[in-house]
Design a protein around this ligand. Structure first.
Ligand code: CIZ
Ligand code: SF4
Length: 345
């Protein structure tokens, strides 16, 4: 049961002491977040990983986040993902091989310089590809700055993998009419000539959690609860972002609720676990999930079962490193370049 498991986790942690640090993403369930030394979004957690002295960084999150942690931690630190099944479907929507093929087609159709930008939610090989082509990584809080940087360096942007973040960023920069989509799975959905004529090429990836929100969820809420405010993540569809009061990254969402006045009501348009944590962390604010609590659950994040956390910790006590996430050295170096470019903007 949960009490027994908690005791086992605490006993293992007591044994391991400073050798271990646990990072918990905001979208992890309570039973993981409660054991975490740091809770945050993927960017905040990468920074905590870099600052950590521990030999072992246990990452409560998904594969691409553990990869980023491995890229920025020292070589003698190991990053451990409690379940190897925790892979973000969006990151999987832009495979480096597929992007290479698209790149060849698009660059053959134009003399313009194209700068690729990949969202943090992508694998290390794609980050490395972007670095090689003069591009960079961005998060949902600095995507607009990455676009500005790219338009200083070149003529066009190829943005991967999240088309909604790309579209919302183009709107923020008043460049919505420059958008063309590139759907690698649909022969009719990719036209190199059309791509050549537009300045912002959006890869047709999306987050299966955030994409499920609809403007009608906000309209219904406003009818039922006219006093409620709505904050949504920019991985949501354009229509949802337009209907919301505030749009922002995971840390902006957390800050918005932290800054609310007692008695205020905020509906949260992001993964359900973050809405639940915010409700627990801020008892004087009324926190509502934007769309009930049934459907906005990330199945990749959910793979990190607390029993697996127990297992990797108890194995470490026995001297066995399980589920180590290691990025190949060549990829690591290039991906680091793409991350460093982001940090410079
Ligand atoms: O949707 C996600 O997985 C997000 C927003 C991750 C993160 O922390 O940046
Ligand atoms: Fe990937 Fe979306 Fe889950 Fe984040 S919430 S890990 S982007 S599927």
């Amino acid at each position: 049961d949960e009490d027994e498991r908690t005791e086992r986790i605490e006993a293992a942690l007591a044994e391991l002491g400073d050798d271990v640090v646990i990072l918990g993403h905001n979208y992890q369930r309570r039973e993981i977040v409660e054991h975490a030394d740091f809770v945050g979004d993927s960017y905040q957690l990468s920074k905590e990983a870099a600052n950590a002295d521990a030999d072992y960084v246990i990452f409560g999150g998904v594969t691409f986040m553990a990869e980023s942690a491995d890229i920025i931690t020292d070589d003698d630190q190991s990053v451990i993902l409690p379940s190897m099944e925790a892979s973000c479907p969006m990151a999987g929507m832009a495979e480096a091989l597929q992007v290479d093929a698209a790149w060849a087609e698009i660059t053959a159709a134009t003399d313009d310089d194209i700068i690729p930008i990949t969202y943090m939610n992508s694998y290390a090989d794609l980050k490395a590809f972007c670095a090689e082509q003069g591009g960079l990584v961005c998060t949902s809080s600095n995507a607009h700055k990455a676009f500005e940087y790219a338009f200083e360096q070149g003529d066009k942007v190829l943005f991967l993998p999240d088309k909604h973040l790309g579209e919302n960023t183009a709107h923020r920069l008043d460049m919505a009419e420059e958008i063309v989509e590139w759907d690698p799975w649909d022969p009719e959905g990719k036209d190199p000539e059309e791509a050549a004529e537009n300045d912002i090429i959006l890869w047709d990836g999306y987050c299966q959690v955030h994409e499920r929100f609809r403007a009608s969820h906000i309209e219904d809420l406003r009818e039922e609860r006219p006093d409620a405010n709505v904050v949504v993540h920019p991985e949501c569809r354009r229509e949802v972002v337009e209907a919301a009061d505030v749009v922002g990254s995971t840390s902006t969402i957390c800050q918005t609720v932290a800054d609310a006045e007692p008695g205020d009501t905020w509906a949260i348009g992001t993964e359900i676990h973050l809405a639940k944590h915010l409700d627990r962390w801020h008892p004087d604010v009324e926190v509502l999930p934007l769309c009930g609590d049934a459907c906005m659950d990330c199945n990749a994040m959910r793979q990190i079962d607390p029993n697996y956390l127990t297992w990797v910790l108890e194995e470490l006590v026995e001297g066995r490193e399980r589920n180590v996430i290691e990025v190949a050295p060549e990829e690591k170096e290039l991906a680091q370049v793409a991350l460093d470019r982001m940090l410079e903007i």
